[in-house]
Design a protein around this ligand. Structure first.
Ligand SMILES: Nc1ncnc2c1ncn2[C@@H]1O[C@H](COP(=O)(O)OP(=O)(O)OP(=O)(O)O)[C@@H](O)[C@H]1O
Length: 634
């Protein structure tokens, strides 16, 4: 009763939304769809979806149902022209309005809502939908119209009350699980799709929240004539009954396809009567679930009978004839819209980059985990370093601590960039989903990621430097301070670019963390401090030292400290001195800082080239990161 009421309420509150109305896609069908993978164990071809056929009409909502591992996601991905699963080969025909759509055309008229939402925790509900709109809708639409559509969708999903609530981050609670799901769907619908694919939209929700989201969807689909194709796992009776059609799968094979209302008489006809007061979804799933069965078992044989019965059924024959007609009709059919006439205006990649920059900026300054925690961490490190290397003097016994402090500052700043890995991986996951929906390209993503990082990295560098530089008593001059800031800033930008490259190649948290940490260890070892260049063996020197940004940072900071400073020698008491570095000032009881540099083989006049090389390394990392993102589509 209650569920009917919610459905009714939702329906009466929301008239059709002009911008959402589908008057261009009349049918979506697929014929003889097969997906074959290379079996993980045997390495032989394994069919995970066999001869799937189906048709959905405008305004219909279909559920793809089956036990775990039956091929629901595989079918959904194949229908959405996505890689069904890693290394899968998909064959078969997919038609929209009797015509074969290109990937671009399918992306233009459809959207895919993943099981795991790609929401950004620090954005509000309104911002989430608005950014999705800005990324997908042409700028010719105008801001007012866009905002109207955004608000319309937010209220269609019953979220006016949460309009300015943030989605939620690990340290700040926001929306509930059900609200997040609704927001995930709403932010995809703002792109005005005609076909909506949803991978288990109810996963992780209890039965009343599952019902809620499906009824919102149904209302929107009905009132706007959309085609909704959703995989679903064990819905309650009320949720199940909201769908118009059912596609039942087991072990990649079709057990039933057709009207939901016809399913019960169909199964009864083949001798599988559903008892009264039974949850139909549970009944069908029990019939075809062979998880624990072995070949020859009763349940296994029953499944084979069900699959065969479907192939022999009159319902299948009707579907087959329907599909034949669809496929024979082709372009010239006046009853349906010609795909070529459907024009979707999307923003330019320049406009998309600006939207990404704007969104990334909000995320970065609100999301404490991304930069706030790092700022605090670097501040802690600065206090640690500044108080350990406290007020060093210009005496020869303090020369080594100065050098150690320079190495430690550069190396540790770089090393701690590993803390950026989780935030980058989160952004990358959001990007992967938006890219799969045809909204963002790798260039826009890499460029905006780079630009957003710069002001924050600069802030981190200045904060760190203000504390350490003066506490440790490095060369007390304004130029000295700002040169130090420059070297550390370049160091940090290079370190973050390395994180981007590594995490783009290995988008798995622990792997990215381990590889970045290892690379930083390597750069520390060969940067010329632990083993000076004239001692370092040729392999490490020629293979790694020259591409080590930390080496140039170390040298630059060394020159900054020692080039224009002198240090006092130790007096031996009788008017002469003991000087640990040979220099022409030794007779005056002083050491020329340049003498320290020469023991490390550091040139005095190469600063410009070093800056250029570090910038080259940064560009190199980003370009390689871009290539990795381009190639890896996961
Ligand atoms: N390379 C492979 N080797 C062997 N089996 C594979 C391979 N790739 C996918 N599969 C199998 O294909 C089947 C279909 O997977 P799919 O994710 O589509 O199922 P699903 O019905 O969506 O499952 P769930 O409800 O658990 O998400 C699974 O049983 C999976 O184990």
């Amino acid at each position: 009763m209650e569920s009917e009421k919610l459905s009714g309420d939702v329906e009466s509150q929301h008239p059709p939304h002009a911008h959402l109305i589908n008057d261009v896609v009349q049918t979506f069908s697929w014929k003889q769809l097969n997906v074959v993978v290379k079996d993980r164990k045997t390495k032989k071809p394994l069919s995970i979806l066999e001869n799937s056929n189906g048709i959905v009409h405008a305004g219909e909502m279909i559920s793809i149902m089956g036990p775990s591992g039956s091929g629901k996601t595989t079918l959904l991905n194949a229908l959405a022209h996505r890689v069904a699963t890693a290394g899968a080969k998909t064959v078969g025909e997919i038609l929209i309005n009797h015509q074969t759509p290109s990937l671009q055309k399918l992306q233009d008229v459809s959207t895919y809502v993943e099981q795991e939402d790609a929401l950004i925790g620090s954005l509000t509900v309104h911002e989430t939908v608005d950014f999705a709109a800005r990324m997908a809708l042409s700028s010719s639409l105008g801001k007012n119209e866009r905002l109207l559509r955004v608000d319309d969708l937010i209220s269609s999903f019953g979220m006016q009350g949460q309009r300015d609530t943030i989605v939620g981050t690990p340290i700040k609670k926001g929306l509930s699980g059900g609200q997040k799901k609704r927001l995930g769907v709403a932010s995809r619908l703002v792109t005005e799709p005609k076909i909506v694919f949803l991978d288990e939209p109810t996963s992780g929700l209890d039965s009343s929240l599952s019902f809620e989201i499906i009824s919102y969807l149904k209302t929107i689909a009905r009132t706007n004539n959309l085609l909704v194709i959703a995989s679903i796992h064990q819905p309650s009776t009320t949720t199940f009954n909201l769908f118009d059609k059912l596609c039942l799968l087991s072990r990649g094979q079709t057990c039933y396809f057709g009207d939901l209302a016809e399913a019960r008489p169909y199964f009864s006809n083949i001798g599988l009567e559903m008892p009264e007061a039974t949850n139909p979804a549970e009944f069908y799933l029990d019939l075809i679930n062979t998880d624990l069965a072995r070949e020859g078992d009763e349940t296994y044989q029953r499944l084979q009978r069900i699959i065969q019965a479907w192939k022999d059924s009159p319902q299948w024959k009707v579907l087959e004839r329907q599909l034949k007609r669809e496929h024979a009709a082709g372009h010239g059919d006046a009853m349906v819209t010609d795909l070529a006439s459907i024009k979707t205006e999307r923003p330019s990649s320049w406009a998309t980059s600006v939207v990404l920059l704007n969104r990334g900026w909000i995320k970065a300054y609100r999301d404490f985990v991304a930069y706030g925690i790092r700022l605090v961490m670097y501040l802690g490190l600065a206090i640690l370093m500044g108080t350990v290397f406290l007020r060093l003097k210009t005496t020869q016994s303090h020369i080594q601590p100065f050098i150690n402090a320079i190495f430690f500052g550069g190396a540790f700043m770089s090393f701690m960039a590993v803390a950026y890995v989780p935030a980058y991986l989160e952004d990358r996951a959001t990007f992967a989903k938006e890219r799969a929906n045809g909204l963002v390209g790798p260039l826009a993503f890499i460029v905006s990621n780079f630009l957003i990082g710069l002001p924050f990295l600069f802030l981190i560098t200045v904060t760190f430097s203000v504390v350490t530089y003066w506490l440790s008593n490095f060369r007390p001059s304004g130029t000295g301070f700002w040169m130090w800031v420059l070297w550390l800033f370049l160091d940090l930008v290079a370190a973050e670019s390395l994180v981007v490259l590594v995490s783009s190649v290995f988008p798995i948290f622990v792997v990215a963390l381990a590889v970045t940490a290892f690379a930083n260890g390597l750069w520390m070892c060969v940067d010329g401090f632990l083993v000076p260049m004239n001692i370092l063996n040729p392999f490490w020197k020629y293979v790694f030292h020259y591409i080590d940004y930390q080496a140039y940072v170390f040298q630059g900071m060394m020159v900054n400290e020692f080039k224009d400073r002198t240090y006092s020698c130790e007096s031996t008491g009788n008017g002469s001195y003991y000087c640990s570095y040979q220099s022409n000032l030794n007779s005056e009881g002083k050491i020329d800082g340049a003498a320290v540099l020469s023991t490390y083989n550091i040139a005095l006049d190469q600063m410009g080239s070093w800056v250029g090389i570090i910038i080259g390394i940064i560009v190199g990392y980003r370009v390689l990161g871009y290539i990795a993102i381009r190639i890896r589509k996961d």
